[in-house]
Design a protein around this ligand. Sequence first.
Ligand code: GLU
Ligand code: ZN
Length: 271
Amino acid sequence: MARVTRFAPSPSGPLHLGHAYAALVAAERGERFLLRIEDIDRARCKPEWEAAIYDDLRWLGLRWETPVMRQSERPTVYEAALAHLSQSGLTYHCTCTRGDIRAALSAPQEGAQIGPDGPVYPGTCRGKRHGAGALRLDMGAAMARLGDVFFTDTGTRPGLHRFDAGRMVREVGDIVLARKDIGVAYHLAVVVDDAAQGITEVTRGEDLFEATAIHVVLQRLLGLPTPAYHHHRLIRDAQGKRLAKRDDARALAKYRAEGATPGDIRRLVGL
Ligand code: GLU
Ligand code: ZN
């Protein structure tokens, strides 16, 4: 079976050296290479940034299969997946504000454990079957159904990784499946879309290593295959900080304007 990889940027700013590295790794590891535009958050994404992504990737020498998947075009697919999880009795409605969560976590018995999405949600709304607000996964109930979950990494932490119920409940907790404002959240969309695109190996930065355990939980609950994972190192600035969208100084467009070649970019990211 052909190895299918993808690069999945959000068009919410310029691509920088870290994106170039991620895209080059994905393209090099894939026998088929796909692109996905992660534009569910319409407030942060702009058509100009999407156009700039294609332009930068082409300049780097990358080619991908078409049509390109765009998350903004798939709300009904996400709604179906959310409905499936809700019908399984594994979700609840959460109307907490950030402030509510902070207050609950400052109670003496709680203590804020930091998970992949920030402070682990204290479960205040657990059991709320109806209502507005965000939709959360009841992680305890999900793990009771699934047992331990596993994935294999061939990147910076090679081997088989196992996550048990206790760890998922303690360190990850009841993650948001659908944001109140945009009707879906990253974790759900990425899992549904990787399956829809037939991705066999997910390549992405090691900052998403913990999120991968969440993705395997969702794959198992939705009856989707778990791909192989290749978490790669992050490109850091001179101070050792990982590059962020706002690091315009590292934007590919800036290097291009200064006369850099695609070969220079490959050298800069250590390829
Ligand atoms: N849109 C995500 C990002 O840019 C992609 C994460 C992933 O590869 O799953 O970080
Ligand atoms: Zn809540």
